[in-house]
Design a protein around this ligand. Sequence first.
Ligand SMILES: [Zn+2]
Ligand SMILES: [Zn+2]
Ligand SMILES: [Zn+2]
Length: 278
Amino acid sequence: MKLQYLGTAATEGFPAAFCNCEDCLAARSDLQTEWRTRSQAMIDQAILLDLPPETYVHAVLHGFDLSAIRAILVTHSHVDHFYAQELINRGYKFAQNIKNPTVSLYGNSQVLNVYHESTRREMREMVASGIQIHEVKPFQNFTIDKYLIHTLPATHMQQEAALLYCISAEKTIFYWNDTGLLAEECYRYLADHGVVADLVRLDCTFADDVRPHSLRHMGFAENCAVREKLVQYGLVKQNTQYYVTHFSHNSRPFRLRLEEKAKEYGFFAAHDGLSIEL
Ligand SMILES: [Zn+2]
Ligand SMILES: [Zn+2]
Ligand SMILES: [Zn+2]
């Protein structure tokens, strides 16, 4: 099982779209190393996690075939995770020789509303018919080919049930963003279903920034608390790897700096393009 990080920034990107702070200026002068696009990951060139505005850039940059993607799991409707308009280009005159005639789109009811709203003007019926829509809620499980997927509720927003995904095939990956600390029932659910992670991917928007911050995201301190819970409930192994990501430009997310900081806490800091074989 292969996990590839395609984007590792929070909603504004790094350098941030409209920002001229010292760190964003420094990042702009070394994009080769420091550029972080909006969060997305891919499993085995089969499943995309989230559909940010950079999806197209990710496919070109990392040389994979978007038309071969079997399913897209969307965590929530925030625009850094779901740029539905891209799907308009999946057919008609805009795409030939599509590998997978249909792609399955999974999301909560708000994600599906956003899909319909934002594609209403330009989506053609012949393209829409190749997109299978599935509404998912927290504490459900379903399969996509060989993958078994469990959903959990994120601690992220009032307006909708943002989702965390746990994806199992040969190995198990917990894909957890955007979220603050998880509710106790999430750990209980996983324990009841015997789901044990080989890789845990955590929201680390605030990294080592200790200024007061919202409870909708995490930093290293909260990541440590989550790890303790995972151990307590027996949801990880001795050799489970922890990758942190979704960094804000306010967290000084320079690659080397964060890699070193993360190491102090026993985590790996992901960067755009990072590929992990499990
Ligand atoms: Zn986000
Ligand atoms: Zn900035
Ligand atoms: Zn969000």
